[in-house]
Design a protein around this ligand. Structure first.
Ligand code: HEM
Length: 441
């Protein structure tokens, strides 16, 4: 009856334990846990420790949370727990402050800026593939992280962003993300040593980034200069701490995700010889044996489908928002202040949205087939007010790096070392040893 619309209660997910709620099951089962939530309802209730969470499980409701009703949601508990690390950086703020910081950062991702960044991406990718030798065993996940950190550092922050900064960021960011997610899932249950490890990682990252900010100049053509030059309405510059928070946010958000995507891309190429062959043929035709450039990317049509498929298969495990007003989702009334979660991974693997979702099938992104994917079912870069500002930058960087590697090398797995995802918010490979074999083309 219409009078009841918006008033029904979401079903509770079975298996809630005293004190810990669903946290133990979620941490034990990870992707399987979030995948099965749709079988309990379109909106379901969970307990993470003492915290009540509504989880939406359909593409349309995820679309509503992200985009359709974006202004009714702020960042949620996940970001609260990461705020110690990212302070008031873009990723952890809302409202007018977030909007004005975003406006300031946006020009670093304009088409003109991207064309400039691409030169660094091409050069860095070229240097990377030149440094490999035939038969070399590469810890590919680490190589890709080194590459993406160095590219973000060189494009956005400073020409002389040194290797020490990269090494420290690479070393401590996974800890920040892993422990940030753990703290969100187990509010107040974490032991002191875990908190100390988190604080220690934060302190290291802050220290190196403080050095980057201290060495920054206002007269350069990079984002750090833009941040240092910025003045508010009263003519005041941004505090050093605010600049630091933005730099930490962009360095970590911009490198970890892109490095993981590149890692999985080469893993999938090695497992799918037909896909690898088509990608190699395209790269041979468009790029030849040189490093790929900005101008090549529009012609790398198949490579771009491969990238879309990597981002489908290996997205974030889950995201959280918090309702800032009473909202109705799927007929369920959700009071202001409620945490609302959803899983990009579950949405990207839902058989109601994708044929054979476990299969790596770049051709599902052919325009004729892609049209049948429901809105909200493909959200690698989220959506709405907090839509990833680096999405074009990331797609460009992945295309340039993938094509530059593929122009020269075939990467094959090291036998006897199985690779599987380690899910800690992001989907890291547990390891990714690969051998570089020269391509004869
Ligand atoms: C494959 C690569 C990438 C993926 C999959 C990715 C994914 C995402 C997602 C899902 C969000 C939304 C998080 C949320 O709503 O809680 C996000 C936000 C963000 N991303 Fe990315 N990202 C990538 C690359 C980048 C790059 C290259 C940069 C910058 C250089 C970047 C900077 C950011 C920032 C600053 C935010 C926060 C935006 C806001 O809250 O307004 N990301 N990203």
């Amino acid at each position: 009856m219409t009078a009841d619309i918006g008033k029904s209660e979401a079903p509770a997910v079975p298996g809630r334990l005293p004190l810990v709620g669903h946290t133990a099951a979620m941490l034990r089962e990870r992707l399987d846990f979030t995948a099965k939530l749709r079988s309990y309802g379109d909106v379901v209730r969970l307990r993470l420790g003492p915290l009540a969470v509504h989880f939406v499980t359909t593409p349309e409701l995820a679309y509503q949370v992200l985009t359709g009703q974006t202004d009714k949601f702020d960042k949620g508990i996940l970001v609260d727990k990461l705020r110690r690390a990212f302070g008031n950086g873009l990723v952890s703020t809302d409202g007018e402050f977030h909007r004005s910081q975003r406006r300031m950062i946006q020009p670093a991702f304009s088409r003109r800026a991207l064309a400039r960044h691409a030169e660094v991406m091409t050069e860095s990718a070229g240097e990377m593939v030149d440094s490999w030798w035939a038969g070399q065993e590469l810890a590919l996940d680490r190589r890709m992280q080194d590459f993406t950190i160095s590219v973000v550092g060189r494009t956005l922050f400073s020409a002389d962003f040194g290797p020490r900064v990269g090494a420290e960021i690479r070393r401590y960011t996974p800890t920040l993300i892993r422990l940030g997610v753990l703290r969100a899932l187990t509010p107040s249950l974490l032991s002191l040593p875990v908190r100390r490890r988190f604080d220690n990682a934060v302190a290291h990252v802050h220290r190196v980034v403080d050095d980057v900010v201290a060495g920054g100049r206002e007269d350069r053509d990079d984002l750090l200069s833009v941040l240092l030059r910025a003045r508010d309405e009263a003519g005041e510059p941004m505090s050093r701490q605010q600049v630091r928070d933005e730099v930490v946010t962009l360095l970590t958000a911009g490198s970890e995700t892109t490095g993981i995507a590149l890692s999985w891309l080469f893993h999938e190429l090695a497992r799918n010889p037909g896909v690898e062959e088509r990608l190699h043929a395209e790269v041979d035709e468009v790029v030849g044996r040189r490093a790929a450039t900005f101008e090549d990317v529009p012609s790398l049509v198949y490579t771009q489908r491969v990238i879309s498929e990597v981002l489908r298969k290996y997205p974030l495990w889950f995201l959280m928002r918090r309702a800032n007003t009473d909202v109705t989702l799927g007929g369920v009334r959700i009071p202001a202040g409620t945490e609302v979660g959803f899983s990009p991974h579950a949405l990207h693997h839902d058989p109601l949205s994708y044929d054979a979702p476990a299969r790596f099938d770049p051709d599902r992104w052919l325009p004729t087939r892609a049209r049948s994917v429901p809105r909200g079912a493909y959200v690698p870069f989220a959506g709405g007010l907090h839509h990833c500002p680096g999405h074009s930058y990331a797609s460009l960087e992945i295309a340039i790096a993938a094509a530059t590697v593929a122009a020269r090398w075939r990467l094959v797995p090291v036998p006897g070392k199985p690779v599987h995802p380690r899910v800690v918010g992001l989907m890291y490979p547990n390891r990714l040893p690969m051998i570089a074999l020269p391509r004869r083309n």
